[in-house]
Design a protein around this ligand. Structure first.
Ligand code: NI
Length: 176
């Protein structure tokens, strides 16, 4: 389970629409998912999408709560989501492909999502807040979208190192 190189913003793979995975391919992609988990853990992330390790496939790994141990990382193939209600929440996000920066990003507060798990079984769940934000960020990666493209105001795209200069408290550590 080697740690893989993480693609940084500017790499074309991060702007591509990733390819769906056929259900029968999932067993063979177990090692990709395992590499994604260890790469995410080593980088201190809470989510990672396959394009971030130069694989243009619809695969994500993610945590559903803050501070979760590595063993709790979930994997989902061909994930989709939709909002449950209009409520949106703005919070800080980071991205392992955009190291050092943070941005204030509006996301739906409540969503439903679906996909296939590591054994190819259908998964359908509801998620709120942190869990919902991670899913929206990761599935955006599969569409070639990075979080700055979701921001309302690019004045809130800042270096992590400078955040405390004007943002007192409320800092989260959400890096995907
Ligand atoms: Ni990201």
């Amino acid at each position: 389970m080697p740690v893989r190189e993480i693609a940084k913003m500017g790499q074309p793979v991060l702007s591509e629409v990733a390819k769906p995975v056929a259900a029968e391919e999932i067993p063979a992609l177990g090692s990709l998912a395992a590499d994604m988990r260890v790469t995410m853990a080593q980088a201190g992330g809470v989510g990672l999408a396959a394009p971030q390790i130069f694989q243009s496939l619809r695969v994500i790994v993610f945590h559903t709560r803050r501070g979760a141990p590595e063993a709790e990382a979930q994997v989902l193939f061909n994930p989709t989501w939709e909002p449950m209600g209009p409520e949106r929440v703005t919070d800080w996000e980071g991205c392992l492909s955009i190291p050092g920066l943070r941005g204030l990003v509006p996301r739906y507060a409540h969503i439903s999502y679906a996909g296939l798990d590591g054994e190819g079984r259908p998964v359908a769940r509801e998620a709120s807040h942190f869990h919902a934000r991670v899913l929206q960020h990761e599935i955006d990666h599969l569409e070639g979208v990075l979080y700055p493209q979701r921001m309302d105001d690019l004045r809130n795209l800042i270096f992590e190192s400078e955040r405390e200069a004007f943002q007192n408290g409320g800092a989260t550590n959400l890096v995907e």
